[in-house]
Write a protein that binds this ligand. Structure first.
Ligand SMILES: Cc1ncc(COP(=O)(O)O)c(C=O)c1O
Length: 416
């Protein structure tokens, strides 16, 4: 099918035309089958067309397809917020709001922290990704392509190194950069919030250093700064727990949700400490479609399916399979470009590097094509697009997962 009517500024990783999907498999309009290790970029932790989600959407569509919550509340929104506030593993009373997307959640969080603190400065991290809207662009810790040709962006935003065993940046280095920031660039009393991904998604599936996370929490408390965790990609079971921040032993003040929240229907959320959410004037938050009843129904069915027991089993099964195969590939030397495995749980990246340690971005592009031809969809990540991000549905059948990993191995062997 032609792309003539589509903006050329939308990048397309796989130039195919999809027709339908079932759990971890998708088919294109020519009937070709692919194993899906992209999962709609982290949206499909429950797979394509999860029966519970489909049924909930179908039933909701016969009852109420839309009502603007600002005009009159509806039951699915109210029920979802109650369920979500119990699902987010923090010790304080949770309140929140629904949005249409992850970026819209991040945008609203920026407004919420301004309202709550009366401050405007935001500190984000190198390699971060928080969205493509004008204010979120500036949060991203990567210029090309996001910040190019769009002029001056809303601020003020400063960036710090993101410490992780996966990128070699230590906690001490990040804390030193923080010291410098507050002695050279800005007064700490102007800072409204830090925003951080507990595991960076677009940045290359890098797991945040635990010691740093705890030091950051203490620093925020001491300086009346709010801490926002962006769980849009790392949440809803991706790391084997409900949310990845649990691994860090901290509680964020606000948490951004999206992607797998509603099993494939567009939805996002900002949840967090109740008093923070109530500082903007009435009408300051909301939106026509935000928290649409069909999206809420999808999210309620998602929460039904995501029991802790399921998340743990799914997460550990996928993690075990990926790490076993990765270590075998290393031992057998299947590919000269095979670098580190990054991430935690079932949120795993595999780096491709040249002999001198530089990113093997060209080879990753080649791998994406080889894999697609062989029936496997993969997605790149990392500042240099040299890290394969593995985002297969958590519900993937073990045999299909192994089949996908077999294809990946065969393609790694062919890299030149
Ligand atoms: C961590 C993170 N935050 C925010 C976003 C933006 O979400 P959306 O594309 O739904 O606006 C993304 C999308 O990839 C993401 O991975």
């Amino acid at each position: 099918m032609s792309h003539a009517t589509i903006s050329q500024s939308i990048s397309i990783v796989h130039p195919i035309s999809l027709s339908h999907g079932k759990n971890a498999e998708v088919w294109d309009t020519t009937g070709k089958r692919y194993i899906d290790f992209v999962g709609g970029i982290g949206v499909l932790n429950l797979g394509h067309c999860h029966p519970g989600v489909v049924e909930a959407i179908r039933e909701q569509a016969t009852k109420l397809t839309h009502y603007a919550f600002n005009a009159a509340p509806h039951a699915p929104y109210l029920e979802l917020m109650e369920r979500l506030s119990a699902f987010v593993p923090v010790g304080y009373p949770v309140s929140g709001m629904l949005t249409n997307s992850g970026a819209e959640a991040a945008e609203n969080a920026l407004k919420i922290v301004r309202g709550a603190t009366g401050r405007t400065v935001v500190i984000a991290f190198d390699g971060a990704f928080h969205g493509r809207t004008l204010a979120t662009l500036n949060l991203n810790g990567k210029v090309a392509p996001y910040k190019q040709k769009v002029g001056v962006l809303p601020g003020p935003v400063y960036h710090l190194p993101y410490p992780s065993a996966d990128n070699g940046v230590t906690c001490a280095e990040a804390l030193k950069a923080m010291d410098r920031l507050f002695s050279v660039e800005i007064d700490v009393s102007d800072v409204a919030c830090f925003i951080i991904e507990p595991v960076q998604g677009e940045g290359g599936f890098l797991a945040l250093d635990i010691e740093f996370a705890q030091a950051l929490r203490r620093f925020c408390d001491a300086n009346h700064i709010l801490l926002i965790a962006d769980e849009i990609q790392s949440g809803f079971g991706r790391t084997g727990q409900r949310f990845a921040f649990s691994r860090l032993g901290i509680e964020p003040d606000l948490i951004l949700l999206g992607k797998s929240i509603a099993g494939g229907v567009p939805l996002g959320a900002v949840v967090g400490r109740k008093p923070l959410l109530d500082n903007l004037p009435k009408g300051g938050l909301g939106g026509t479609y935000s928290g649409n009843p069909i999206a809420c129904a999808g999210a309620l069915a998602t929460l039904d399916a995501m029991t802790d027991a399921h998340l743990k089993t799914w997460g550990s099964q996928q993690e075990e399979a990926i790490t076993r195969r990765y270590h075998a590939w290393r031992t057998q030397g299947v590919c000269a470009y095979l670098g580190r495995m990054t991430g935690v749980g079932a949120m795993r990246g595999i780096e491709l590097v040249n002999a001198d340690g530089t990113p093997a971005s060209k080879q990753l592009t080649q791998l994406l094509e080889l894999a697609r031809d062989a029936g496997l969809l993969l997605m790149p990540s990392g500042k240099s697009r040299h890290i394969i991000r593995l985002l297969a549905p958590l519900t993937i059948e073990p045999a299909v997962l192994e089949e996908g990993l077999d294809i990946l191995e065969a393609c790694l062997r062919q890299l030149a």
